[in-house]
Design a protein around this ligand. Structure first.
Ligand SMILES: NC(=O)C1=CN([C@@H]2O[C@H](COP(=O)(O)OP(=O)(O)OC[C@H]3O[C@@H](n4cnc5c(N)ncnc54)[C@H](OP(=O)(O)O)[C@@H]3O)[C@@H](O)[C@H]2O)C=CC1
Ligand SMILES: CC(C)(CO)C(=O)C(=O)O
Length: 328
């Protein structure tokens, strides 16, 4: 089975590189400077233990990848890019090609299921960094990350278990789970802090704001009857990854939303992280003022190409109080 990795950034780059190093057949779908770099120079993977450049197969559009139902597509674009990526894929691949969503958030799978018959969720705990085309860093060793796989909306079949076993063979801690979306809903609660880390930096103390964002998320889940993996379950699952190590003598600088600001991409995943909670809140009549604020803050910072970590927690608290006082 070939792995078609859609999106050659932090997560796609690490998963694809590790699968290829394990002898799997891998094709990347990339764009822009990343595509040019992969074709010209290859994919560079730096970790606490290695610095390697891999010659990789990279195409610029799914139609150049001659995808069949015997391939597995690993979707590793940010959620705001999912719809466009799936549109291009649906025009070029059979509807029964399996899609594995290696993404944060919980809305990518349903978008994939609208166009493809076999969709799987992937619970991704990788500490990856992608700031320059064709270059990815991974901050855990010897395990490259946790990647649990399961059917969407639930269940697990032989393909999910096959893929989990390939990922385990490639150095990830990977289980096949029939309740992968319960785990992804748990992770979404942690990712409600992504906007805070992007704004103030991951080291700033914004735990009071995060606690409220998380409580709003949990209230929405309860109102919607959604089950989620607890913080304790998730901490236990990722314990083997910690403590994070350094790459190039430096620690992990910030998560995926922080990286969107650092790269000045002009877009960010907030609508699919905090925005998932505001959507649930509006649907079920649960107030979500903090997530509403963080969603809008993330959009504004991305749009204005603000550098990450440039807002103090006090300035953020002030803006939050004003937004809550005027009701949006
Ligand atoms: N980074 C991390 O440590 C973690 C990330 N995640 C999640 O994993 C997912 C992927 O994130 P991450 O790897 O960080 O994102 P990145 O931005 O690093 O990588 C995504 C890549 O996909 C590319 N892309 C987007 N649309 C297309 C398209 N239509 N065709 C070809 N390439 C495309 C982007 O190109 P371009 O650069 O041009 O935008 C980018 O290179 C997200 O849901 C994120 O939240 C989960 C756990 C940890
Ligand atoms: C790296 C991690 C796990 C936490 O920040 C993440 O999920 C992200 O960057 O979005």
């Amino acid at each position: 089975m070939r792995y078609v990795i859609y999106g050659a950034g932090a997560i796609g780059g690490i998963i694809g590189a590790r699968l290829q190093q394990q002898g799997q057949h891998v094709t990347f779908i990339a764009r822009g400077a990343t595509l040019d770099t992969l074709r010209r120079d290859g994919l560079q993977l730096r970790t606490p233990e290695t610095d390697q450049i891999l010659a990789v197969q990279a195409v610029g559009h799914p139609r150049e990848a001659a995808i069949t139902a015997d391939d597995a597509v690993v979707l590793a674009v940010k959620s705001q890019d999912t719809a466009a990526a799936l549109d291009a894929l649906a025009d070029a691949a059979p509807a029964d090609v399996p899609i594995f969503c290696a993404q944060n958030g919980v809305a990518n799978e349903s978008q994939a299921l609208r166009r493809f018959r076999r969709v799987y969720g992937m619970y991704v705990y990788i500490f990856g960094l992608h700031l320059a085309p064709g270059l990815v860093h991974g901050y855990t060793a010897p395990c490259h990350g946790v990647l649990d796989v399961g059917g969407y909306p639930d269940g697990a079949d032989s393909l999910a278990s096959w893929v989990a076993s390939d990922l385990a063979g490639a150095g990830f801690d990977s289980l096949c789970r029939s309740d992968v979306m319960r785990w992804k809903h748990g992770k979404l609660l942690a990712n409600l802090a992504n906007a805070l880390h992007a704004a103030c930096g991951p080291g700033a103390d914004t735990s009071d704001i995060y606690a409220t964002a998380r409580a709003e998320g949990e209230a929405c889940y309860r109102a919607a009857g959604i089950a989620w993996a607890s913080a304790e379950e998730r901490a236990q699952r990722m314990a083997a990854l910690l403590p994070l190590k350094q790459v190039d003598g430096a620690p992990f600088p910030g998560g995926s939303s922080w990286q969107s600001l650092a790269r000045g991409t002009g877009s960010i995943e907030g609508d699919w992280l905090n925005g998932e909670i505001t959507l649930l809140g509006r649907t079920h009549g649960v107030p979500t003022p903090v997530n509403d604020f963080l969603q809008q803050l993330a959009r504004r910072m991305a749009r204005e190409r603000v550098q990450p970590g440039t807002m103090t927690p006090d300035v953020l608290r002030g803006q939050l109080s004003t937004a809550v006082a005027i009701g949006h």
